[in-house]
Write a protein that binds this ligand. Structure first.
Ligand code: PHE
Length: 344
């Protein structure tokens, strides 16, 4: 074959290829055509076999020619392929309808932490009875955490709380009770406050965490006695655990209250038949309380001859564990969404 013949044949092959490609209706046909014309064993490549028949000086021309044809077919394929894609997109958009009956997508949203929720429930109960919210620092002076609360230096009562010390006599408060004295020093009586907040102790097991939360309550007025304490704490317990919840007061000891009591609720799990959770006693301890010791009133510059008060401290984790039947305190702090989602 002469170069001219090869050239003419290649020209008509290219024409046929371009016709075929223009007619291709979808990408699978295009793929087949690409193989047919441009594949290793394709029709364009086949012309390379004629190389030997040509005089040596003509051979490079044939190579260039084949490459040229190949390039033209390739760009035609690319062009048609793009047109097919576009047509598909347009058809797709035309067919697609807006379905207004589909339910909306619910955005992923967080929820209140169970401790936060319990704290808010406790706050709401006391706010509805006319108490206000007070706060104090978590890094506290020994004076407010112990001394002003009638724990003398070296008094064995200080051993009741394993304290995390900071520098210069400062410490991480071991309870919210220091807010009692701080409030007395800032406001004149009568006083009705609750003080929610974080407290710290060197304690760590399934029911004790080194960081936990309490709500302190302080009520100072003329003529208060244990009956007022009992009445309000009973209302509190009933608001939290149900209308028929019974409470009982047991004698106890705190340096800052006299008399001091431990408040129990009738076991909400067994109806007082006796179970593991109430240790077969029918009662569950929920908080400590008592009449404010005259020495504490004095430290707060309040005259114990005129005013009297009662106070309580309740653990938020403890209440939340009782309310939701949670047996391991650490669950509150592990940020495990499988746990937290149950409180939504
Ligand atoms: N501060 C006590 C504690 O942490 C609780 C308490 C508060 C007791 C107020 C009596 C009055 O255990």
């Amino acid at each position: 074959m002469s170069t001219e013949t090869v050239w003419a044949k290649l020209q008509s092959l290219m024409g046929a290829a371009i016709d075929d490609i223009n007619k291709a209706a979808d990408s699978s046909i295009l793929t087949a055509l690409e193989k047919k014309y441009l594949g290793k064993k394709g029709e364009v490549q086949a012309y390379m076999q004629h190389m030997k028949e040509l005089p040596p000086e003509e051979r490079p021309k044939l190579g260039a020619l084949v490459n040229d044809v190949r390039g033209k077919i390739e760009s035609k394929i690319a062009e048609v392929s793009k047109n097919i894609e576009n047509a598909k997109l347009v058809a797709d958009l035309k067919n697609r309808r807006l379905d207004l009956s589909l339910p909306g997508r619910i955005p992923a949203c967080g929820a209140e932490h169970p401790l936060q929720k319990t704290q808010r429930e406790i706050e709401d109960i006391f706010l509805s009875m006319g108490f206000e919210i007070a706060r104090g620092p978590q890094g506290e002076w020994d004076y407010f955490n112990f001394e002003a609360l009638n724990f003398p230096e070296d008094h064995p009562a200080r051993d009741m709380q394993d304290t995390l010390m900071l520098e210069n006599g400062a410490l991480l408060r071991t309870h919210t009770s220091p807010v009692q004295v701080r409030t007395m020093l800032s406001y004149a009586p009568p006083i009705r406050i609750i003080a929610p907040g974080t407290v710290y102790r060197r304690d760590d097991d399934v029911t004790h965490s080194p960081v936990f939360h309490q709500v302190e309550g302080l009520h100072i007025e003329k003529g208060l006695n244990l009956t007022h304490l009992r009445g309000i704490l009973e209302l509190f317990a009933q608001s939290l655990f149900g209308k028929n919840t019974k409470i009982r007061l047991r004698p106890s000891f705190f340096p800052f209250t006299e008399p001091s009591v431990e408040v129990d609720i009738a076991c909400i799990f067994c109806g007082q038949k006796g179970c593991r959770l109430c240790k077969q006693t029918g009662w569950i301890e929920i908080l400590g309380a008592g009449m404010v010791d005259p020495n504490v009133l004095k430290a707060g510059h309040i005259d114990p001859e005129i005013w009297s008060g009662w106070a309580f401290g309740v653990g938020i984790e403890r209440v939340a564990m009782l309310l939701h039947g949670i047996s391991d305190i650490r669950l509150f702090f592990e940020s495990d969404l499988r746990f937290l989602r149950q409180f939504r």
